[in-house]
Design a protein around this ligand. Structure first.
Ligand SMILES: Nc1ncnc2c1ncn2[C@@H]1O[C@H](COP(=O)(O)OP(=O)(O)OP(=O)(O)O)[C@@H](O)[C@H]1O
Ligand SMILES: [Mg+2]
Length: 504
């Protein structure tokens, strides 16, 4: 159905695709796997007409095609859901789908689209409200809109760039159902992910890339997670963390009876209280949308508390500014990296000192100490393995996983007393995931308090010393990780309160 042959794409200082060939059949789910910066997104951007290859050929249904723009791609039945969504937030779902669509009447196109959307969403089991505004939708819902938008445009080859990294496990299961449905209709799906278990679960075949080249393509039935990981990084990967005993110290964070509203003005936090000690990782488990996001935002100064107190390292910082809180020693690894984690147009170097430029050693008086800045940037780029041709490269040109490494590097290199980490390993390849988890443990061992919010129960169980479960803006219970049972946590995630609260 689709053949990409000998694709070459270079950027200044990088060969992103080095004679890459890919062949995808109709009725197949084809996974694309590879380390951060391997060239997966670049290859798909070429297929979708966002980049022109330096050389190479593309064939759709046996015919050579020239794809010069997304419009061309759509005309050839190719649709793409990006790593970072591109919906227009103030518009409704139907308006977003209608946007840029050729051949819809310009008067009330939304009406026509609404009808078509309804049909498609029923056929593929993708429920959305066509009149909802995009900013009101969860990540999972926004993704459904992106998929519907592609299907509405007649996509027969659908590219999904890390679709599951923003989804809850339930949403992921739903997405897989939709993909299987598309496969049965004879569509082809190209699916980029870092999660090997997802590849094994849903893909028919998998192509592995490393440093711009294809290492191999094979049926998932003939491989396993270990071999895939080895192909990807070129060496053996250990899936085990070394974690010593927890030695909790003084209180790094005390949250007392916290109340806050969501974006929609509904109570999102309803009397949340807990403590994180230095030298301890407290994991917050729960299905997304139960107040975790709001909790992180209130602690880091991005949302107002209506009631309650936040005490960080002994200081009352309730409703202080984000900058004041960062200065007090709070590192923040945000959930929405592109919107909140970096300034996309600024260089990597400038992004690295973003929160520190007003403090020594980088500034003396009003002057920035450029030599210190360069040396610092060089050191952390190496330490955190940020793949870039130069520290002066704009941050937005980094691959998804490398943007994440940039944020981690900035936040963790500031010697924080408290780390607030929301989904710290989203979008990271297997090697980097282990590296970051180990890093968080190292922070804990050096006496930093860590608040870890993650939807990945496996991650929560592996890293946390204690686990708090959130449900509808409340803590259902706090358990010590060594005694925690998955079933018990599952029950709390579904809203069952734990009988006796454990003292912290
Ligand atoms: N527009 C661009 N300009 C310059 N360099 C780029 C551009 N787009 C990508 N690159 C570089 O090309 C390489 C491959 O990037 P790409 O985004 O394709 O990786 P990826 O496999 O999708 O990684 P990830 O898993 O982190 O998303 C990286 O070194 C990246 O910095
Ligand atoms: Mg990518």
């Amino acid at each position: 159905m689709l053949v990409m042959r000998d694709i070459v794409k270079t950027f200044p200082g990088v060969v992103a695709n080095d004679h890459v060939s890919l062949e995808v059949q109709a009725g197949e789910i084809h996974a694309l796997l590879g380390e951060n910066g391997a060239g997966k997104t670049t290859l798909m951007n070429i297929l979708y007409g966002l980049y022109r290859p330096d050389s190479g050929e593309i064939y759709v249904k046996g015919k050579r095609v020239h794809i010069r723009s997304p419009r061309d791609a759509i005309a050839h039945g190719i649709g793409m859901v990006h790593q970072h969504f591109k919906l227009v937030r103030p518009h409704t779902v139907a308006e977003n789908v209608a946007l840029g669509l050729a051949g819809t009447p310009f008067w009330q196109p939304a009406r026509v689209v609404e009808r078509g959307l309804k049909e498609l969403s029923e056929r593929y089991g993708l429920p959305v409200d066509p009149r909802a505004r995009v900013w009101q939708l969860s990540a999972g819902e926004q993704q459904r809109v992106e998929i519907l938008k592609a299907l509405y445009r007649g996509a027969e080859i659908l590219i999904l760039d890390e679709p599951t990294s923003v989804l809850t496990p339930q949403e992921t299961a739903e997405l897989f159902k939709v993909l299987l449905h598309m496969k049965q209709e004879g569509h082809a799906v190209i699916f980029i992910t870092h999660k090997l278990s997802e590849v094994m679960e849903v893909a028919d075949r998998v192509t592995v890339m490393r440093r711009g080249k294809v290492v191999g393509t094979l049926p998932t039935a003939e491989t396993d997670k270990g071999s895939l990981a080895r192909m990807m990084v070129g060496r053996e990967v250990v899936f085990r963390l070394s974690k010593g005993e927890c030695r909790p110290g003084e209180e790094a964070l005390v949250v007392e009876d916290l109340h806050a509203l969501s974006d929609r003005g509904i109570p999102a936090l309803r009397g949340v209280s807990f403590t994180v000690r230095r030298g301890e990782i407290l994991g917050i488990a729960g299905v997304a949308g139960n107040g975790q996001r709001e909790l992180v935002e209130v602690i880091t100064g991005l949302r107002r508390a209506q009631r309650g107190r936040i005490i960080v390292l002994g200081k009352d910082l309730t409703n202080r500014s984000a900058r004041r809180i960062a200065d007090a020693g709070v590192a923040h690894i945000p959930e929405e990296r592109l919107r909140m984690g970096i300034v996309p147009g600024m260089s990597i170097e400038d992004n690295l000192i973003l929160k520190k430029h007003h403090r020594p050693p980088f500034s003396r008086g009003p002057l920035l100490q450029l030599r210190k800045v360069h040396a610092f940037a060089k050191r952390v780029i190496e330490e955190y393995d940020i793949m870039t041709p130069s520290p002066r490269t704009p941050a937005k040109l980094l691959s998804g996983g490398n943007i994440q490494r940039l944020i981690l590097a900035r936040e963790l290199s500031g010697q924080p007393g408290l780390v607030v980490a929301a989904h710290p390993t989203y979008g990271l390849d297997v090697g980097a995931t282990e590296q970051i988890r180990q890093l968080l443990i190292k922070q804990r061992d050096s006496g930093v308090g860590v608040l870890l919010v993650s939807e990945d129960l496996e991650e929560i169980m592996a890293l946390s010393d204690r686990i708090a479960v959130m449900f509808r803006g409340e803590i259902m219970g706090i358990v010590s990780a060594s005694e925690a049972k998955i079933e018990e946590i599952g029950l709390m995630m579904a809203g069952e309160r734990r009988q006796q609260e454990q003292p912290s």
